[in-house]
Design a protein around this ligand. Sequence first.
Ligand code: AVI
Length: 304
Amino acid sequence: MSDAAREITEGLSHTPATLSPKYFYDARGSQIFEEITRLPEYYPTRTEREIMRLHGRDIARRVGPGRTVIELGAGNCEKARSLCQTIAASRFVAVDISEEFLQQSAARLQAEMPMLTVCAFAADLSHEIDLPGDVPAAHRLVYYPGSSIGNFDLPQAQALLQRMRHMLHDDGALLIGVDLRKDVAVLEAAYDDAAGVTAAFNLNALAHVNRLIGSDFDLADWKHVAFFNHEASRIEMHLEAVVDVRVHWPGGGRGFARGERIHTENSYKYDNEGFAGLLDQAGFHRTVAWTDPQRWFAVVLACP
Ligand code: AVI
């Protein structure tokens, strides 16, 4: 049994059942996520872009030119293109879990920006990140946009911020996007849009799991559920059985009663002070935050 199959069947066998959000992102899931970022209800992507547009000059002034930008989870390198231009970076290092897609995106960026030295390499953010030896150690800027930090529970978020700190010398800095706490109706609509795109994104994880472990989830037996958990300050996404079901996979299986759920994702929403505290504990003691006029999202520059 592969490590992924073991992890998946273990999570599914728990009560309540869990499935890691990393299983959203097969080819179809990545495509649906792109669609999510363009939805009218999904404010984070456009709000972060707006903050970068409004405050780009100020950010560039504080960061200074000639940085080596290291983007974690770089994907299509779209956000990096604009950041590297704004801050006049000299190098760009794209890091992502999926190597093939990343190499293509990095090659495209290199062709478009010949003055920028671009390289790409695959790494899993849940482990220590060893950058290639030819990445200059001085003047690094780790870039982690999109509020992806929100998908980690607090201890994991803390550990990831520490790994980022370990990638930097004292002249290094982190530029990170963080989604902020706001009106519950706004939050819940962003994760349960009227067109059902987020529902399709959540349900697609079951199709992905069927291919990975040979299970027989029938997507019609499940519905998307998303709500704000006030106490934990997070959006939770679940898949809920709409009938009693029995799911089989090679060597095992389990029953789910109607109404039983699989917890598929958390998306934490911070306030600026709370997030600054998290950064401080990870070794980033000086922070500046820029927000949009509604204070829905923050772009934070954090230095040791
Ligand atoms: C990738 N991540 C920051 C998204 C979020 O908002 O937590 C994932 C997502 N899940 C549902 N919609 C978007």
